[in-house]
Design a protein around this ligand. Structure first.
Ligand SMILES: Cc1ncc(COP(=O)(O)O)c(C=O)c1O
Length: 376
């Protein structure tokens, strides 16, 4: 048996999405910038997808810019805000994804914008008082805070953060890569200026995502070339990816309530089983299933003989899990998130993450394997 509990890294693609994409790959080859019927057909499909996505997040179609994924969307916001909107200060947190953190650090080291890190507690929650202090000291900053942390699942109070941002004339960006398709996202109600989305986190294809940019924000392209995407991103558009993204988001939103209830139940079940069967265990981040990202459970294991080899051993025994973000090579020791929440070095952090194809059997199997592996 093999169970896949690494859905925060990526998810299996939904067969219905494959059908929609295959249809485009087989039948729609036009360049959407071409004037003729074949090109207009491709453009039509792209615009239908854009409208669908806009509707699902309560935005205007013109506010959706297709990108290669979350990393690119985060980069456009940060780099273009500094280069084109005169941003001199960026307020962020020490537990952002590297797509944000490394980009902000680069701006800081190049002397283009100053980075200010908001304090967090040991569960990864933002200190909103400190956020307000930073925004008061540096009005007009770019504030970039992720909606849910990909390693420990702690959620941001996005409305509270956006209200603080507005009060101090800041720009507010949120990386919603881990929440899009799992929670209802309404850009009007949540009040963000920008958000980043990636299709492969909700059973869509890899290499496609979008940036929401509020219509009054005048970002500019990082890639020069043709005038695609209203001069915001040069290059012929990835039509099959765009159609796949829209279909995946549509499906995810339609099953959201059922999925949330079921996966929240699995998170509770796994937490309870681990707590009752593994002495000395703890959980990283806010672990209550109804108060944190329901797709992620980050387990902190006491020092055990498996140590650094834990993930490897889980894998050998049929459980795919992760030490944190997919980008950190598999060892939890390298996680900047666990370091920032003061996770003790002698303990091991393992992230189990759930998706719509996860079953109760997967959860029970994974706990049995975990128990076996750490007692060997
Ligand atoms: C929170 C977060 N932001 C950004 C990314 C990057 O997205 P992508 O893989 O589409 O570039 C990821 C996933 O890897 C993520 O979890």
């Amino acid at each position: 048996m093999r169970v896949y509990l690494d859905n925060a890294a990526t998810t299996p693609i939904d067969p219905e999405v494959v059908i929609a994409m295959t249809d485009v790959l087989s039948n729609v080859y036009g360049n959407p910038s071409a004037q003729h019927a074949i090109g207009r057909n491709a453009k039509g499909l792209m615009e239908i997808s854009r409208r669908k996505i806009a509707e699902l997040i309560n935005a205007k179609p013109s506010e959706i810019l297709f990108t290669s994924g979350g990393t690119e969307a985060d980069n456009i916001v940060i780099r273009s805000s500094v280069r084109d909107l005169g941003v001199k200060h960026i307020i962020t947190s020490p537990i952002e994804h590297h797509a944000v953190l490394s980009t902000v650090e680069e701006m800081h080291h190049q002397g283009l914008a100053e980075m200010h890190l908001v304090n967090i507690n040991d569960e990864g929650e933002i200190d909103y008082k400190h956020l307000e202090e930073l925004a008061t000291t540096y009005p007009g900053s770019l504030i970039t805070l992720m909606h849910a942390n990909n390693e420990i699942g702690t959620l941001l109070d996005i409305k509270k953060a956006s209200e603080i941002s507005k009060k101090h004339q800041c720009l507010f960006h949120s990386d919603t890569v881990q929440t899009m398709g799992h929670y209802k996202i309404d850009v009007q109600e949540m009040g963000m200026d920008f958000l980043a989305c990636s299709a492969h986190k909700f059973n869509g294809p890899k290499g496609i995502g979008f940036l929401y940019l509020k219509s009054n924000q005048k970002l500019k392209s990082l890639i020069t070339g043709g005038g695609q995407e209203k001069n915001l991103r040069a290059g012929t558009e990835n039509i099959h990816g765009i159609v796949g993204l829209a279909r995946a988001l549509e499906i995810s939103n339609s099953i959201m309530a059922e999925k949330q209830k079921r996966l929240q139940g699995y998170k509770s079940l796994m937490k309870d089983l681990i707590e009752s069967q593994i002495p000395g265990v703890a959980f990283n981040g806010v672990a209550e299933p109804d108060k944190s990202l329901y797709t992620v459970l980050n387990v902190s294991l006491p020092p055990n003989p498996a140590g650094e080899m834990l993930l490897f051993k889980l894998d050998i025994d049929g459980v795919c899990a992760s030490g944190g973000s997919a980008c950190s090579s598999g060892a939890s020791a390298g996680s900047h998130v666990l370091a920032a929440i003061h996770h003790p070095d002698d303990r091991t952090g393992v992230r189990f993450s759930f998706g719509k194809y996860t079953t109760e059997e997967d959860i029970r199997f994974a706990v049995d394997v975990l128990k076996k592996v750490i007692s060997e």
